[in-house]
Design a protein around this ligand. Structure first.
Ligand code: P6P
Length: 324
Protein backbone atom coordinates (compact mmCIF):
# COMPACT_ATOMS: atom_id res chain seq x y z
CA UNK A 1 0.00 0.00 0.00
CA UNK A 2 1.69 3.20 -1.20
CA UNK A 3 1.21 6.65 0.31
CA UNK A 4 0.88 9.76 -1.88
CA UNK A 5 4.44 10.92 -1.18
CA UNK A 6 5.82 7.52 -2.24
CA UNK A 7 3.89 7.63 -5.54
CA UNK A 8 4.98 11.21 -6.28
CA UNK A 9 8.62 10.35 -5.57
CA UNK A 10 8.38 7.25 -7.79
CA UNK A 11 6.92 9.45 -10.57
CA UNK A 12 9.95 11.73 -10.34
CA UNK A 13 7.93 14.73 -9.16
CA UNK A 14 10.30 17.53 -8.05
CA UNK A 15 10.52 17.84 -4.26
CA UNK A 16 9.28 21.47 -4.35
CA UNK A 17 6.18 20.47 -6.34
CA UNK A 18 5.55 17.58 -3.96
CA UNK A 19 5.61 20.05 -1.05
CA UNK A 20 3.03 22.24 -2.82
CA UNK A 21 0.78 19.25 -3.53
CA UNK A 22 1.22 18.15 0.07
CA UNK A 23 -0.07 21.49 1.36
CA UNK A 24 -3.13 21.21 -0.89
CA UNK A 25 -3.74 17.77 0.60
CA UNK A 26 -3.28 18.95 4.20
CA UNK A 27 -6.01 21.55 3.61
CA UNK A 28 -8.26 18.98 1.91
CA UNK A 29 -7.94 16.55 4.82
CA UNK A 30 -9.16 19.34 7.10
CA UNK A 31 -12.04 20.09 4.69
CA UNK A 32 -12.92 16.38 4.65
CA UNK A 33 -13.01 16.31 8.45
CA UNK A 34 -15.23 19.42 8.66
CA UNK A 35 -17.63 18.01 6.05
CA UNK A 36 -17.88 14.73 7.96
CA UNK A 37 -18.81 16.74 11.09
CA UNK A 38 -21.67 18.38 9.12
CA UNK A 39 -24.30 20.04 11.35
CA UNK A 40 -22.31 19.09 14.43
CA UNK A 41 -19.60 21.54 13.38
CA UNK A 42 -22.16 24.34 13.03
CA UNK A 43 -20.69 25.33 9.67
CA UNK A 44 -23.41 24.42 7.18
CA UNK A 45 -25.67 26.95 5.52
CA UNK A 46 -25.04 30.14 3.58
CA UNK A 47 -23.31 33.42 4.39
CA UNK A 48 -24.76 36.85 3.56
CA UNK A 49 -22.07 37.29 0.86
CA UNK A 50 -21.78 36.69 -2.86
CA UNK A 51 -18.53 35.72 -4.61
CA UNK A 52 -17.15 37.30 -7.76
CA UNK A 53 -19.23 34.79 -9.74
CA UNK A 54 -22.43 36.28 -8.27
CA UNK A 55 -23.08 33.07 -6.31
CA UNK A 56 -24.12 33.09 -2.63
CA UNK A 57 -21.21 31.75 -0.58
CA UNK A 58 -21.82 28.82 1.73
CA UNK A 59 -19.98 28.98 5.06
CA UNK A 60 -17.96 25.96 3.95
CA UNK A 61 -17.03 27.70 0.67
CA UNK A 62 -15.35 30.42 2.72
CA UNK A 63 -13.81 28.03 5.27
CA UNK A 64 -12.44 25.74 2.54
CA UNK A 65 -11.10 28.69 0.57
CA UNK A 66 -9.33 30.13 3.62
CA UNK A 67 -7.79 26.75 4.54
CA UNK A 68 -6.28 26.38 1.05
CA UNK A 69 -5.31 30.05 0.66
CA UNK A 70 -3.69 30.39 4.08
CA UNK A 71 -1.50 27.28 3.82
CA UNK A 72 -0.49 27.89 0.18
CA UNK A 73 0.48 31.57 0.40
CA UNK A 74 2.88 30.58 3.21
CA UNK A 75 4.40 27.77 1.15
CA UNK A 76 7.97 28.77 0.12
CA UNK A 77 7.47 27.30 -3.37
CA UNK A 78 4.18 29.05 -4.18
CA UNK A 79 4.25 32.47 -5.90
CA UNK A 80 0.50 33.11 -5.93
CA UNK A 81 -2.91 31.47 -5.83
CA UNK A 82 -6.19 31.98 -7.67
CA UNK A 83 -9.53 30.81 -6.33
CA UNK A 84 -13.17 30.74 -7.44
CA UNK A 85 -13.90 32.48 -4.13
CA UNK A 86 -11.31 35.27 -4.52
CA UNK A 87 -12.01 38.32 -6.72
CA UNK A 88 -8.30 38.63 -7.55
CA UNK A 89 -5.29 36.35 -7.39
CA UNK A 90 -3.44 36.43 -4.05
CA UNK A 91 0.36 36.82 -3.84
CA UNK A 92 2.36 34.50 -1.60
CA UNK A 93 4.28 35.88 1.38
CA UNK A 94 7.49 34.52 -0.20
CA UNK A 95 8.77 34.21 -3.80
CA UNK A 96 8.06 30.82 -5.30
CA UNK A 97 8.02 28.78 -8.50
CA UNK A 98 4.44 27.54 -8.61
CA UNK A 99 0.97 28.99 -9.17
CA UNK A 100 -2.03 27.16 -7.73
CA UNK A 101 -5.65 27.69 -8.78
CA UNK A 102 -8.53 25.97 -7.06
CA UNK A 103 -12.26 25.66 -6.65
CA UNK A 104 -12.23 25.07 -2.90
CA UNK A 105 -15.64 23.43 -2.69
CA UNK A 106 -17.18 22.59 -6.05
CA UNK A 107 -20.86 21.68 -6.01
CA UNK A 108 -21.38 23.39 -2.69
CA UNK A 109 -25.12 23.71 -3.36
CA UNK A 110 -25.15 19.99 -2.51
CA UNK A 111 -23.69 20.43 0.99
CA UNK A 112 -26.95 21.20 2.80
CA UNK A 113 -28.58 18.10 1.31
CA UNK A 114 -25.58 15.87 2.13
CA UNK A 115 -24.57 15.05 -1.45
CA UNK A 116 -21.02 14.77 -2.79
CA UNK A 117 -18.86 17.87 -3.20
CA UNK A 118 -15.19 18.26 -4.06
CA UNK A 119 -12.07 20.40 -4.17
CA UNK A 120 -10.47 20.92 -7.59
CA UNK A 121 -6.89 22.13 -7.97
CA UNK A 122 -4.47 22.98 -10.78
CA UNK A 123 -0.75 23.79 -10.57
CA UNK A 124 1.25 25.84 -13.10
CA UNK A 125 4.85 27.05 -13.10
CA UNK A 126 5.20 30.82 -12.74
CA UNK A 127 6.76 32.40 -15.86
CA UNK A 128 10.48 33.10 -15.35
CA UNK A 129 10.18 36.83 -15.87
CA UNK A 130 10.03 39.87 -13.62
CA UNK A 131 6.25 40.09 -13.34
CA UNK A 132 5.20 40.55 -9.72
CA UNK A 133 3.38 37.89 -7.70
CA UNK A 134 0.24 40.07 -7.64
CA UNK A 135 0.19 40.44 -11.46
CA UNK A 136 -2.60 38.04 -12.36
CA UNK A 137 -1.38 37.80 -15.95
CA UNK A 138 1.22 35.25 -14.76
CA UNK A 139 -1.69 32.78 -14.47
CA UNK A 140 -2.86 33.26 -18.06
CA UNK A 141 -1.37 30.04 -19.48
CA UNK A 142 -3.31 27.37 -21.35
CA UNK A 143 -4.17 24.05 -19.74
CA UNK A 144 -1.32 22.21 -21.43
CA UNK A 145 1.07 24.13 -19.16
CA UNK A 146 -0.31 22.46 -16.02
CA UNK A 147 2.29 20.44 -14.12
CA UNK A 148 -0.30 18.84 -11.83
CA UNK A 149 -4.08 18.68 -11.53
CA UNK A 150 -6.50 16.83 -9.32
CA UNK A 151 -9.53 16.79 -7.12
CA UNK A 152 -10.60 15.46 -3.75
CA UNK A 153 -14.10 13.96 -3.90
CA UNK A 154 -15.81 14.08 -0.49
CA UNK A 155 -18.16 11.17 -1.07
CA UNK A 156 -18.87 7.96 0.86
CA UNK A 157 -15.09 7.83 1.03
CA UNK A 158 -12.74 10.76 0.51
CA UNK A 159 -10.79 10.15 -2.71
CA UNK A 160 -7.82 12.06 -4.11
CA UNK A 161 -7.60 11.74 -7.90
CA UNK A 162 -4.59 13.39 -9.51
CA UNK A 163 -2.05 13.47 -12.30
CA UNK A 164 1.41 14.97 -12.67
CA UNK A 165 1.55 13.98 -16.33
CA UNK A 166 2.18 10.25 -15.92
CA UNK A 167 -1.41 8.99 -15.95
CA UNK A 168 -4.11 9.25 -13.28
CA UNK A 169 -3.94 7.72 -9.80
CA UNK A 170 -6.67 7.37 -7.18
CA UNK A 171 -5.92 7.52 -3.45
CA UNK A 172 -8.39 6.71 -0.67
CA UNK A 173 -8.22 8.60 2.62
CA UNK A 174 -7.47 6.10 5.38
CA UNK A 175 -9.14 7.96 8.25
CA UNK A 176 -7.52 5.66 10.81
CA UNK A 177 -4.10 7.17 10.03
CA UNK A 178 -5.07 10.33 8.11
CA UNK A 179 -3.16 9.35 4.95
CA UNK A 180 -4.21 9.07 1.31
CA UNK A 181 -3.36 5.52 0.19
CA UNK A 182 -3.00 4.49 -3.48
CA UNK A 183 -6.01 2.34 -4.38
CA UNK A 184 -5.98 2.54 -8.20
CA UNK A 185 -3.27 3.50 -10.69
CA UNK A 186 -3.33 4.06 -14.44
CA UNK A 187 -7.03 4.95 -14.66
CA UNK A 188 -8.41 4.49 -18.19
CA UNK A 189 -11.76 5.90 -19.36
CA UNK A 190 -13.71 3.49 -21.65
CA UNK A 191 -13.60 4.96 -25.17
CA UNK A 192 -17.34 4.49 -25.76
CA UNK A 193 -20.36 5.21 -23.60
CA UNK A 194 -24.14 5.30 -23.53
CA UNK A 195 -24.44 7.59 -20.50
CA UNK A 196 -24.63 11.37 -20.77
CA UNK A 197 -24.70 14.01 -18.03
CA UNK A 198 -26.25 17.41 -18.73
CA UNK A 199 -28.70 19.76 -17.01
CA UNK A 200 -31.71 19.21 -19.30
CA UNK A 201 -33.60 22.19 -17.81
CA UNK A 202 -31.33 24.46 -19.87
CA UNK A 203 -32.26 22.78 -23.17
CA UNK A 204 -34.09 25.80 -24.63
CA UNK A 205 -30.99 27.96 -24.12
CA UNK A 206 -28.50 25.69 -25.93
CA UNK A 207 -27.02 26.16 -29.38
CA UNK A 208 -28.80 24.13 -32.11
CA UNK A 209 -25.87 21.70 -32.37
CA UNK A 210 -26.15 20.67 -28.72
CA UNK A 211 -29.94 20.44 -28.96
CA UNK A 212 -29.57 18.13 -31.96
CA UNK A 213 -27.04 15.86 -30.26
CA UNK A 214 -29.21 15.45 -27.15
CA UNK A 215 -32.35 14.97 -29.28
CA UNK A 216 -30.54 12.20 -31.15
CA UNK A 217 -29.42 10.57 -27.86
CA UNK A 218 -33.05 10.58 -26.66
CA UNK A 219 -34.19 8.77 -29.83
CA UNK A 220 -32.31 5.70 -28.57
CA UNK A 221 -31.74 2.59 -30.67
CA UNK A 222 -34.04 3.83 -33.46
CA UNK A 223 -32.28 7.16 -33.72
CA UNK A 224 -29.16 8.20 -35.67
CA UNK A 225 -26.84 7.29 -32.78
CA UNK A 226 -28.26 3.74 -32.73
CA UNK A 227 -28.11 3.07 -28.99
CA UNK A 228 -30.17 3.54 -25.84
CA UNK A 229 -28.63 6.25 -23.64
CA UNK A 230 -28.93 6.61 -19.88
CA UNK A 231 -28.70 10.01 -18.13
CA UNK A 232 -27.16 11.28 -14.91
CA UNK A 233 -26.97 14.76 -13.33
CA UNK A 234 -25.48 15.21 -9.83
CA UNK A 235 -24.89 19.00 -10.05
CA UNK A 236 -21.40 18.37 -8.75
CA UNK A 237 -18.75 18.32 -11.49
CA UNK A 238 -16.28 16.41 -9.32
CA UNK A 239 -18.77 13.57 -8.81
CA UNK A 240 -19.66 13.49 -12.52
CA UNK A 241 -16.00 13.42 -13.62
CA UNK A 242 -15.23 10.68 -11.10
CA UNK A 243 -18.07 8.51 -12.42
CA UNK A 244 -16.72 9.02 -15.94
CA UNK A 245 -13.15 8.11 -14.91
CA UNK A 246 -14.50 4.94 -13.32
CA UNK A 247 -17.03 3.73 -15.97
CA UNK A 248 -17.00 6.13 -18.90
CA UNK A 249 -19.63 8.65 -19.92
CA UNK A 250 -19.88 12.19 -21.27
CA UNK A 251 -20.39 15.32 -19.16
CA UNK A 252 -21.58 18.53 -20.79
CA UNK A 253 -22.11 22.04 -19.50
CA UNK A 254 -22.41 23.76 -22.90
CA UNK A 255 -22.68 27.39 -23.84
CA UNK A 256 -26.21 28.67 -23.27
CA UNK A 257 -27.73 32.04 -24.06
CA UNK A 258 -29.09 32.85 -20.59
CA UNK A 259 -26.17 35.29 -20.32
CA UNK A 260 -24.64 35.75 -23.80
CA UNK A 261 -21.68 37.55 -22.21
CA UNK A 262 -20.60 34.28 -20.55
CA UNK A 263 -19.05 31.42 -22.55
CA UNK A 264 -20.59 28.90 -20.17
CA UNK A 265 -21.10 28.29 -16.47
CA UNK A 266 -17.91 26.44 -15.61
CA UNK A 267 -14.60 28.20 -15.10
CA UNK A 268 -11.56 27.45 -17.24
CA UNK A 269 -8.67 27.88 -14.82
CA UNK A 270 -9.89 25.85 -11.84
CA UNK A 271 -12.58 23.56 -13.29
CA UNK A 272 -12.16 23.10 -17.06
CA UNK A 273 -8.39 22.84 -17.24
CA UNK A 274 -7.68 20.55 -14.26
CA UNK A 275 -10.53 18.21 -15.18
CA UNK A 276 -9.35 18.21 -18.80
CA UNK A 277 -5.82 17.21 -17.77
CA UNK A 278 -7.19 14.30 -15.73
CA UNK A 279 -9.58 13.16 -18.47
CA UNK A 280 -6.92 13.33 -21.24
CA UNK A 281 -4.35 11.60 -19.01
CA UNK A 282 -6.93 8.80 -18.58
CA UNK A 283 -7.41 8.41 -22.35
CA UNK A 284 -10.53 10.56 -22.63
CA UNK A 285 -11.15 13.86 -24.41
CA UNK A 286 -12.18 17.34 -23.30
CA UNK A 287 -13.52 19.97 -25.68
CA UNK A 288 -15.46 23.22 -25.76
CA UNK A 289 -17.39 21.48 -28.56
CA UNK A 290 -15.16 23.24 -31.10
CA UNK A 291 -11.61 22.95 -29.67
CA UNK A 292 -9.70 21.17 -26.92
CA UNK A 293 -10.28 22.99 -23.63
CA UNK A 294 -6.58 22.83 -22.78
CA UNK A 295 -5.78 24.80 -25.93
CA UNK A 296 -8.01 27.73 -24.90
CA UNK A 297 -5.93 30.86 -24.20
CA UNK A 298 -7.19 32.36 -20.92
CA UNK A 299 -7.90 36.11 -20.81
CA UNK A 300 -8.70 36.29 -17.10
CA UNK A 301 -8.53 34.15 -13.95
CA UNK A 302 -12.33 33.69 -13.88
CA UNK A 303 -12.86 32.96 -17.59
CA UNK A 304 -15.76 30.61 -18.30
CA UNK A 305 -15.70 27.82 -20.85
CA UNK A 306 -18.21 25.41 -22.42
CA UNK A 307 -17.36 21.84 -21.32
CA UNK A 308 -17.82 18.55 -23.19
CA UNK A 309 -15.62 15.84 -21.63
CA UNK A 310 -15.40 12.08 -21.16
CA UNK A 311 -15.23 8.97 -23.35
CA UNK A 312 -13.22 10.03 -26.35
CA UNK A 313 -15.40 8.53 -29.08
CA UNK A 314 -18.52 10.20 -27.64
CA UNK A 315 -16.79 13.57 -27.30
CA UNK A 316 -15.71 13.19 -30.95
CA UNK A 317 -19.39 12.77 -31.92
CA UNK A 318 -20.35 16.00 -30.14
CA UNK A 319 -17.47 17.83 -31.82
CA UNK A 320 -18.67 16.47 -35.17
CA UNK A 321 -22.17 17.85 -34.49
CA UNK A 322 -20.59 21.27 -33.88
CA UNK A 323 -18.54 21.02 -37.07
CA UNK A 324 -21.58 20.53 -39.31
P1 P6P B 1 -26.41 23.57 -12.30
C1 P6P B 1 -21.54 23.41 -9.18
O1 P6P B 1 -22.13 24.66 -8.84
C2 P6P B 1 -21.07 23.50 -10.61
O2 P6P B 1 -20.10 24.50 -10.72
C3 P6P B 1 -20.56 22.15 -11.08
O3 P6P B 1 -19.94 21.43 -10.08
C4 P6P B 1 -21.81 21.46 -11.58
O4 P6P B 1 -21.55 20.52 -12.61
C5 P6P B 1 -22.66 22.61 -12.10
O5 P6P B 1 -22.18 23.80 -11.45
C6 P6P B 1 -24.12 22.44 -11.77
O6 P6P B 1 -24.80 23.51 -12.38
O7 P6P B 1 -26.76 24.72 -13.24
O8 P6P B 1 -26.95 22.23 -12.78
O9 P6P B 1 -26.75 23.83 -10.87
Amino acid sequence: MKRLDQVLAADGVPAELELVINDVIVACKDIAFKLRQGELAGILGATEDENVQGETQKMLDVISNDLLKDILIDNPYVKAIGSEEEDYTVASTTPGKYLVTFDPLDGSSNIDVNLSVGTIFSILEAPEDDRAADDQSIFLQNGRKQVAAGYVLYGPSALLVMSTGNGVNIFTLDTTVGEFILTKSGVQIPEDTAEFAINMSNQRFWEPEMKQYIDDCLQGEEGPLGKRYNMRWVASMVAEVHRILMRGGIFMYPYDNRDPSKAGKLRLMYEGNPMSMLVEQAGGASSTGRMDIMDVAPQGIHDRVPVVLGSKNEVAKVVAYHAK
